[in-house]
Design a protein around this ligand. Structure first.
Ligand code: SF4
Length: 362
């Protein structure tokens, strides 16, 4: 027989789609079935995830642009990071860029259809002075583009600093969990998984939209991928960036090369099932690891970074836009809502129990 799908996978994918449309989390067994499926079944996995993506996000692709405000020389030791303490990677190193320079980059981004900019700075966390600098930058950006969403990613955060960011016009805060709790001490010893969870909670409590995701390709098992999806779901994040490791020479993970495009797509599908109506973004490593299958990733994620990353270059922004168009997607406009406003489809009117002829659900 040619092209027959592994029998349990077909049933699992059907169930996952139905569950996702009800925003119901996959079971661990279902999740492991997706991650363990064969390359022969890849298009079935993508098609199932794509049904969920289209249900909640249609054919829209939201664009995000990173502006690296302060690059390199971080005292922390995250082993995947080119800016870590002791990194020998030959990346740009500079202190806070001028707010006007950041605003000029935002101008270019806005002209390309970018809906959200992410202002990022290396370091353990921002000082009060750093928050003031970021506030000035937000002001400069908003002067030209009041409707541009501004996310910041500045490291560990206190409640007071989170509130200052909100007051400055920041709408979201990114702080990735990166890997699962058990694996965390293997990738970083200068802060903990709990520190990261805490900062996501602090940002959320202050009223900033929480953005937190992962990096894959660091030796994690399928079970650990699922652990992280469960943890992120528990945090109630609004946006989930999925990074695939960019192996920088001169960092401890510079030799790692574990991902295939198929593995990346299975991971993206899994996160779509875990986060059906939440923004799922293909973040760093898209070009390196998905390569010619990038466009298939758009059937799962509703959100990508346009252009360059923090310290490495992405493909040309014009190629990103071409890919979106060629794959039948459209760039989401700044006047369009990303997340569904309400979910009337989740309300099941009772047609059983008292007042009906049908037995009660008990
Ligand atoms: S805290 Fe951020 S910038 Fe510093 S090493 Fe870790 S990931 Fe890199």
């Amino acid at each position: 027989m040619i092209g027959a799908m592994e029998p349990n996978l077909g049933a699992t994918l059907d169930d996952l789609v139905q569950q996702a449309l009800r925003c119901q989390v996959p079971t661990r067994e279902q999740a492991l079935t997706v991650l363990g499926s064969s390359d022969d079944d890849l298009l079935d996995v993508v098609a199932a995830g794509g049904r969920v993506r289209r249900h909640f996000f249609g054919n829209r692709v939201k664009l995000n642009l990173i502006i690296n405000l302060k690059s390199g020389l971080c005292p922390e030791n995250c082993s995947y990071c080119s800016q870590r303490s002791g990194s020998q990677a030959d990346v740009l190193k500079y202190n806070w860029i001028d707010p006007v320079a950041a605003a000029e980059t935002a101008d270019r981004a806005a002209a390309s259809g970018v809906k959200r900019i992410c202002l990022v700075a290396s370091g353990r966390g921002p000082s009060d002075r750093d928050i003031s600098r970021v506030a000035e930058t937000v002001l400069a950006v908003k002067e030209h583009h009041p409707d541009l969403e501004v996310c910041t990613s500045l490291g560990l955060l206190t409640a007071e600093r989170a509130e200052r960011l909100l007051a400055a016009g920041v709408s979201a805060y990114n702080h990735n969990l990166n890997t699962n709790e058990a694996n965390y001490p293997r990738i970083c010893s200068t802060h903990t998984f709990a520190d990261r969870v805490d900062t996501v909670g602090v940002a959320h409590a202050a009223g900033l939209s929480p953005c937190s995701g992962a990096i894959f390709g660091m030796g994690e098992t399928d079970d650990e991928v699922v652990d992280l999806a469960v943890d992120l779901r528990r945090l109630g994040v609004d946006s989930v960036p999925i990074n695939f490791l960019i192996p920088f020479e001169g960092t401890p993970l510079g030799e790692e090369w574990q991902l295939t495009p198929q593995r990346c797509l299975r991971i993206l599908a899994l996160f779509r099932f875990f986060f059906p109506d939440t923004e799922v973004r293909i973040a760093g490593g898209r070009e390196l690891h998905l390569r010619t299958l990038q466009a298939l990733g758009l059937h799962l994620a509703n959100y990508i970074f346009l252009g360059d990353y923090l310290t490495s270059e992405g493909q040309a922004g014009s190629d990103d836009l071409q890919m979106i168009s060629d794959a039948g997607f459209v760039v989401e406009g700044r006047d369009q809502e990303t997340l569904p406003k309400s979910r009337p489809d989740l309300v099941a009117l009772r047609r059983r129990g008292p007042g009906t002829e049908v037995a009660a659900n008990a």
